[in-house]
Design a protein around this ligand. Structure first.
Ligand SMILES: *Cc1c(COP(=O)(O)O)cnc(C)c1O
Length: 467
């Protein structure tokens, strides 16, 4: 499988290359040159497989010869063996149409673990017989940071620098990052919003003073391997609910557009997806883009769903590229002008391409609370604010009769305990796998919100590597 950049001028790479690279050198994101596809029989044959086996089957076409099938299965068994639920991503039923796909049974309690537990192993696999050293630089709105740090802490040949917006992540999220004390883990609390932090990370990928010395890589969902690992649970849920013989819809709490884009990929591969609902909070640029074609960033408003407090959604570029006719050079122009003005209009082709599968909905603070109460009152189910935004969107969406709607439960409610308790009067309990989180010592550095400060910090601590 070969991967090309959404901006048309970076070299094509194989799976190993895109996994280690993260962002393309032209500022674009890597996507497969063509979507692999499964026949109905192949999809039907996925039903009933253990998650790790299903994962290896769904991912193999993207990996090609970079990892042999037997080895890939060993890696998926290892990655998903750390999950606290045997089904890894269990489905729960709310009522005759509404379902919940629990993606938070990994070590750090959010769906990010599903991809990052595997990504940590992929990095190690690809570095083991080389003299390269990886410098991972990432920005987190809360959950990527903890999941990535858990996945790479203590590994040789990898340093991780993780930027989080100071004071804008939940206490559990912060502690899960800053209480991992390992020589290769560097937590940075930075002034500003997640978007500011993400812009700095992107700038570092384009800064040759850094990229000439260090092999800089990404664990954000700009890294293709993460999206690939997320395609798996759409298939897992789909076949449980009757695919390929029955269509399924998904409602996805969305920030950086990675998770819902994985659903788009599953549909491209042949999973019969009726609808993908992009659920946003009041930071609703994606809702506006999908419903009206207006992709313009306003300021970020902090909410009880901090992992979705994002305006500039990196992975949206992958959709615009694919749905808009795959013209890399036109995409480069469109994105450059967006980066300058923070506003753009989707082309008609992009809008129509998106409308074929996506709809969107937005939940404000009151609607988020109402959805948490709906789940509690009707089903005695405690859900977190991100999941509640997805559920709100799911309940608002009209579907043809007989199509099940699956809301992705992206975080464990205990990760956002105070907001949940305020909504339903019940305090969610932290699962035992997080251990003595509140007793552990924290370590992090604070930096001003300037690129120069971050670049200097990284350059002083990272290990230079041949490229
Ligand atoms: C990251 C995250 C999201 C948003 O996912 P994207 O792939 O960035 O769209 C939603 N909910 C939770 C809990 C998250 O951690």
């Amino acid at each position: 499988m070969e991967y090309v950049s959404t901006r048309g001028s970076a070299p094509a790479l194989d799976f190993r290359g895109v996994t280690l690279a993260g962002l393309a050198s032209d500022g674009g994101l890597y996507v497969p040159r063509a979507w692999p596809s499964f026949s109905k029989d192949e999809i039907a044959a996925l039903a009933g497989l253990p998650y790790a086996e299903l994962a290896a089957k769904v991912m193999q076409p993207f990996i090609g010869e970079c990892i042999a099938p037997d080895r890939l299965l060993e890696l998926t068994n290892q990655a998903y063996g750390r999950f606290a639920h045997k089904a890894v991503t269990p489905l729960k039923q709310f009522d005759e149409t509404q379902w919940l796909l629990e993606l938070f049974h990994g070590p750090t309690l959010a769906f990010k673990d599903v991809a990052l537990q595997l990504l940590g192993l992929l990095f190690e696999e690809f570095l083991k017989n080389s003299d390269q050293h990886l410098t991972i630089v990432g920005a987190t709105s809360g959950d990527t940071g903890s999941a990535a740090i858990d996945a790479v802490a203590g590994r040789d040949k990898i340093d991780i620098f993780m930027l989080h917006p100071k004071g804008r992540v939940s206490e559990v999220q912060r502690r899960q990052m800053t209480s991992v004390i390992a020589p290769n883990v560097h937590n940075i609390a930075i002034e500003g919003s997640f978007d500011d932090a993400q812009a700095m990370v992107k700038r570092m990928f384009a800064d040759t003073a850094m990229t000439d010395r260090f092999r800089i890589s990404a664990v954000n969902s700009i890294n293709w391997a993460r999206l690939m690992a997320q395609v798996v649970y759409y298939f897992a849920a789909g076949v449980q609910l009757g695919a390929p013989h029955r269509k399924v819809a998904f409602s996805v709490p969305t920030g950086n557009f990675g998770d819902v884009f994985a659903g788009y990929v599953a549909a491209k591969m042949g999973l019969p997806v009726e609808r993908l609902v992009v659920a946003t909070n009041v930071n609703d640029i994606l809702h506006r883009a999908i419903s009206t074609g207006d992709y313009s960033a306003h300021g970020v408003t902090p909410t009880d769903a901090p992992s979705m407090d994002i305006q500039v959604s990196s992975n949206f570029e992958r959709l615009l590229f694919d749905a808009g006719g795959r013209d890399g050079l036109a995409m480069a122009d469109q994105m450059k002008s967006f980066e300058a003005s923070k506003a753009m209009q989707l082309t008609n082709t992009q809008r129509d391409g998106a409308a074929a599968l996506f709809t969107s909905a937005r939940a404000d603070a009151g609607q988020t609370v109402d959805a948490m109460r709906w789940a509690w009152d009707n089903c005695r189910e405690v859900i977190d604010p991100h999941t509640a935004i997805g559920l709100h969107a799911a309940l608002e969406t009209k579907l043809p009769a007989g199509v099940p709607m699956v809301t992705l439960a992206t975080a464990h409610p205990a990760k956002f305990g105070p907001a949940v308790e305020k909504a339903i009067g019940e305090k969610p309990v932290l699962p035992p796998r997080v251990g003595d989180l509140y007793e552990r010592e924290e370590a992090f550095s604070e930096l001003p919100g300037t690129y120069e400060a971050v670049a200097e910090f990284v350059a002083e601590r990272a290990t230079p590597s041949p490229l």
